[in-house]
Design a binder for this molecule. Structure first.
Ligand SMILES: [Fe+2]
Length: 210
């Protein structure tokens, strides 16, 4: 039986070997992002239903959604659906599902131009983030989880092939503003507990992917 006193909400895993074995490299994904990403700029627009900030600073980034990744890098989608899903499931000792609706199931995100990612909560049971860029500690570009009643504040500095898995449907988090001249690339993937409803809020995918 699960011990309610200690509830894991965040895991940090070394995914370098698994990525290399499956042809997932930072250079390759950076090239795919440079060639195929769409620029989304929500500055000044109404925030999405999962955003926890007032409009104004917004979200601006270069993104490739799951449908377009399937066209440009089908093996990356397959990695998400099978190899990585199984590896994460084994680590967490539970079966997890890939998201059936592909567009919002995973995305390749690139922040640049001293941008940031607005504070929000996630929809999926688990979010997995594969980092593909390197940052100095306390230099910006960190993922910051707020302190809540049940979880402490956590700051994660990106490092290539570090895989972060979090349960953050009620744990607000954001990416701090990047230093000028730096790019921040990561693959963001949604996983669901078996039997969980995979419903996405109306308009969320349009907000995130255009
Ligand atoms: Fe998130």
């Amino acid at each position: 039986m699960e011990d309610e006193a200690l509830r894991p909400r965040l895991w940090l895993l070394d995914a370098k070997d698994l990525c290399f074995e499956n042809g997932i490299t930072d250079r390759r994904l950076a090239e795919i992002s440079q060639n195929h990403a769409r620029y989304i700029d929500r500055t000044g627009e109404d925030p999405s239903s999962t955003t926890l900030e007032a409009t104004g600073d917004g979200l601006s980034y270069h993104v490739i959604d799951g449908n377009r990744l399937a066209a440009f890098a089908p093996d990356v989608v397959e990695f998400y659906k099978t190899t990585l899903r199984q590896a994460i499931g084994r680590t967490m000792a539970m079966n997890i599902r890939a998201q059936a609706e592909l567009r919002g199931a995973l995305s390749l995100n690139r922040l640049d131009n001293a941008s940031r990612y607005e504070q929000h909560v996630d929809e999926s049971t688990f979010t997995a983030i594969l980092y593909l860029s390197s940052f100095e500690i306390d230099s910006g570009g960190e993922l910051v989880f707020d302190r809540t009643d049940s979880a402490p504040a956590v700051r994660i500095t990106p490092m290539p092939y570090c895989l972060l898995v979090c349960a953050a449907t009620d744990w607000p988090h954001k990416v701090t503003r990047l230093p000028v001249g730096k790019e921040r690339l990561c693959l963001v993937m949604n996983y669901w507990a078996e039997g969980a409803s995979q419903a996405r809020p109306e308009g969320l995918d349009e907000y995130l992917y255009g």
